[in-house]
Design a protein around this ligand. Structure first.
Ligand code: NAP
Length: 336
């Protein structure tokens, strides 16, 4: 039995619950893992049962706060050490300045000798070294695949490239910016109209600053550089510029030369930069829609490119679930 606790039942957290609940038998058959949720934390209380919470009951309930498992006022940060969970899953919103509340949840869980899985990137572009050190000191691990590109295995690829050196990383890491630039290119519309369209289609937040000013992509670039290249950087080390100054003339000039303007995140020669670049329109990184992509220049295998959907509830949940399964198999079910 692997006991799980979830913090944050929003878009991603509720997909994690739904997908795990639906596939319980499959995980048993395929991996010999029996998952059991012992706690689900929201900001104002928690569902708690050491014997296990009926996830179908939670998902099917009109209001989960009416269930017997509900303990009003219980906060994850206080309750983590005493939960029966082996793995704490954090799916709380990003605070780009402090990494909270996820950073404290993660550190508390690791110090309580619990493994951690999260889709929250803030703690990893602000405090990766500290998280790594505390995990090592306490003999536990952490999974953060979903923090970059959701289920696209941008971080997992490190194991597949063991013994090979990555010389350079170039990424299209923010779906919102990519969508805006694509719409400006394909339709010849203005930045403001493309942004408005992205918001209407649910691809951009009401406050899109972190996306269009490049901060979100910069955070993901830091995570990639630290994990794949072994660097020790934080978001303060990234030279960042956004996409707000792109206009129709620039787009049409690029098109005349069969080029596209892309917002690229580059890690090379110890430097990190997020900025606008011109790339050939047939380049593998001339990705359409809201797609994300990562290009790696490797010493032994040349160029490697992985692309896919970088956002969405089930996409992010898929990245979380792969981490949960891998940690369970590596550390909790040593004989399987
Ligand atoms: N959505 C995506 O496509 C995607 C993709 C990759 C990664 N991510 C990352 O995944 C994380 C979750 O994203 P999301 O889209 O699911 O966000 P969301 O819908 O806003 O859900 C976050 C949930 O966490 C709850 N919460 C906030 N503070 C909490 C606390 N202190 N204790 C317990 N629960 C707390 C929120 O409650 P209230 O709403 O009631 O405040 C909400 O239910 C974010 O870090 C995001 O960047 C998202």
């Amino acid at each position: 039995m692997v006991n799980l606790a979830l913090i944050g039942m929003g878009l991603v957290g509720s997909q994690v619950l739904k997908i795990i609940e639906k596939n319980l038998q499959k995980y048993k058959d395929q991996y010999n893992i029996d998952f059991n949720f012992t706690a689900i934390f929201e900001y104002d209380g928690a569902l708690i049962s050491d014997a296990g919470i009926s996830v179908s009951e939670v998902l099917g309930s009109h209001n989960f706060r009416d269930l017997d498992y509900w303990k009003p006022g219980v906060q994850a940060i206080e309750a983590i050490p005493d939960t029966k969970a082996d793995i704490i899953i954090d799916a709380t919103p990003v605070n780009p300045d402090t990494g909270e509340p996820a950073l404290s949840h993660i550190l508390k869980a690791l110090k309580s000798k619990k493994h951690v899985v999260t889709s929250n990137k803030g703690p990893f572009y602000l405090a990766y070294e500290n998280i790594k050190e505390i995990a090592e000191k306490n003999g536990v691990s952490f999974g953060f695949e979903s923090t970059v590109g959701s289920a696209v295995p941008c971080l997992g690829i490190r194991d597949s490239l063991a013994g090979n050196k990555i010389k350079k990383i170039v990424g299209v890491l923010n779906g919102t910016s990519n969508y805006i630039l694509n719409r400006m290119t394909s339709e010849g519309i203005s930045f403001n109209l493309a942004l408005q369209e992205a918001q209407e289609n649910g691809y951009a937040e009401t406050d899109p600053t972190l996306d269009i000013e490049g901060y979100d992509a910069a955070g993901k670039l830091v995570i990639l550089a630290n994990h794949l290249l072994g660097w020790n950087k934080t978001i303060k080390d990234v030279k960042i510029s956004g996409i707000t100054k792109v206009n129709e003339d620039m787009i049409s000039l690029a098109k005349k030369s069969h080029m596209e303007i892309k917002h690229l995140a580059v890690a090379k020669d110890g430097e990190l930069e997020v900025s606008l670049k011109l790339i050939p329109e047939n380049s593998a990184l001339a990705l359409g829609g809201t797609l994300n992509g990562v290009y790696l220049d490797t010493e032994l295998a040349g160029e490697i490119i992985i692309t896919g959907r970088g956002a969405g509830g089930s996409e992010a949940a898929a990245g979380i679930i792969s981490d949960v399964i891998n940690i369970s198999r590596r550390y909790l079910l040593a004989d399987t």
